[in-house]
Design a binder for this molecule. Structure first.
Ligand SMILES: O=C[C@H](O)[C@H](O)COP(=O)(O)O
Ligand SMILES: C=C(OP(=O)(O)O)C(=O)O
Ligand SMILES: [Mn+2]
Length: 450
């Protein structure tokens, strides 16, 4: 039996159209936009409502301290980089990190990619000037192209449709990799052994040896590794362009409720979380588990209003706060928010994004982050939650499986002068493969000391 949505629910999905929507592109051709939106509305879902429900239960477990969430992927995916090798290497990095975190936390790790839809970017400025020439800012491949020419930077609605196809192809491969044997724990552990053997930091060796022993113990006890070679993997992106999210929102025939089937988990960014704005209205009406980014600018009372708005029932797993405070600020800014939320009876999932509060311009002119700041913010996040008796539920990382040079430091000691060697991001600097694994080892240590 199929249940229809009520007329109120259906009308509500378009209420955002009458509200201010920050960070939307100036599409030059309204007809072309209308055509793209109509096309998207005829396409099949990228994810299924039941999968979103499963993720909600996993996030609820993380909120209770019974699981730990790892969200990771590019700041901005690009069509050109949605290749088999890049997707494989990112999945591999996330799986390797998960294995280490699972051991450190002695908890299941909920794996979520910033993938298969992370094609739209909010920007600090609507335009960019280079050598006296000003053009519209790059807003993600879903909107325009990174090349600095007037043609490339003009928003093109056909890109909404291309983003769907790129996401669909990505997700297809992600499903194949995570279900087809690639994710076998024994392989993942072998990769981690390779990382430790080549790492300049001997500190990770002990943990890797401990995992080794645990695996041998499991094997000796007759653990069925074959049964463990499939892993759950979820797709997430920032729900920024409502002209992409709305046509991909569908009514679940089981419940008559709307799900945004462009991804399992959608979040609203720091720049678009206005409580009277279009994004919060839209996200409050879909059944997916949702996230909201919080910087130190978020006032605790405002955060309570956000909860009332998007999670009035206080449903476990429904709402995740992704806090991005900065390494030097997290210990001062986070406690008041967590305290107020906890006192209100709400139990959101708290996730630390140690990337976005730690960005600065290097002396060589690159947007970068220090590995040590990233680690320090996670440490501060753990300390704050430990101090308050609340649960640090996970981390949210901008990373790639490639050996890029975008963030400073790590055991390989990437320096200012190295940034130009392989600076490949089109938006924010990502941890490379090595730095990502190092972070996982360090966070595993923090988790095991709890
Ligand atoms: O991830 C996103 C960036 O932090 C955001 O797009 C702002 O970047 P900008 O300051 O380069 O515009
Ligand atoms: C833009 C982003 O983050 P925030 O909204 O926290 O600045 C992002 O996650 O890429
Ligand atoms: Mn970013």
């Amino acid at each position: 039996m199929s249940i229809d949505a009520t007329p109120e629910v259906l009308a509500g999905l378009d209420a955002w159209r009458d509200l201010p929507a920050a960070q939307q592109p100036q599409w030059p051709d309204a007809d072309a936009l209308g055509q793209a939106v109509r096309t998207l509305s005829t396409y099949p879902p990228l994810v299924f409502a039941g999968e979103c429900d499963i993720l909600r239960t996993r996030l609820a477990a993380a909120a209770r301290g019974q699981a730990f969430v790892l969200q990771g992927g590019d700041c901005a995916e690009t069509f050109a980089h949605a290749t088999a090798d890049n997707i494989r290497d990112r999945i591999k990095t996330i799986l390797q990190m998960s294995a280490v975190l699972t051991y450190g936390a002695s908890l299941p790790v909920v794996k979520v990619g910033r993938m298969a839809g992370q094609y739209a970017k909010p920007r600090s400025s609507g335009d960019e000037t280079r050598e006296g020439v000003t053009l519209p800012a790059y807003r993600g491949d879903m909107v325009n192209d990174f090349a600095f020419t007037p043609e490339a930077r003009t928003p093109d609605p056909d890109r909404l449709v291309r983003a769907y196809h790129a996401s669909s192809a990505t997700l297809n491969l992600v499903r194949a990799f995570t279900q087809g044997g690639f994710a076998d724990l024994r392989r993942v552990h072998d990769w981690n052994r390779g990382f430790v053997a080549n790492s300049a930091n001997a500190r990770y060796e002990k943990l890797a040896k401990d995992i080794d022993k645990a695996m041998k113990f499991m094997e000796a006890c007759g653990a069925d590794f074959e049964a463990m070679h499939r892993v759950e993997f979820f797709a997430a992106h920032e729900a920024l362009l409502l002209d992409y999210e709305r046509p991909l929102t569908r009514i679940d025939s089981r419940t008559g409720l709307p799900y945004d089937v462009s991804g399992h988990f959608l979040w609203v960014g720091e720049r678009t979380r206005d409580i009277d704005g279009a994004h919060i209205d839209f996200i409050s009406r879909v059944r997916n588990p949702i996230g909201i980014k919080l910087s130190p600018k978020a006032d605790p009372d405002y955060v309570l209003r956000l909860i009332d708005r998007v999670d009035p029932e206080r449903e476990p797993g429904r709402l995740t706060f992704i806090t991005r405070m900065g390494a030097g600020t997290v210990r001062d800014a986070l406690p008041a928010i967590v305290e107020k939320v906890t006192a209100s009876g709400a139990v959101p999932t708290w996730i630390c994004d140690p990337m976005h509060g730690n960005t600065f311009e290097s002396s060589t002119g690159y947007k970068t982050r220090r590995f040590d700041d990233v680690v320090e913010e996670v440490r501060g996040f753990f300390e704050v939650h430990q101090g308050l008796g609340t649960v640090p539920g996970g981390i949210h990382i901008e990373l790639t499986g490639n050996d890029v040079t975008e963030c400073l430091g790590g055991a390989e000691e990437i320096l200012d002068a190295d940034l130009e060697k392989r600076y490949e991001t089109v938006c924010d600097p990502r941890l490379n493969h090595q730095q990502s694994l190092e972070l996982a080892f360090l966070v595993a240590e923090m988790l095991s000391q709890r």
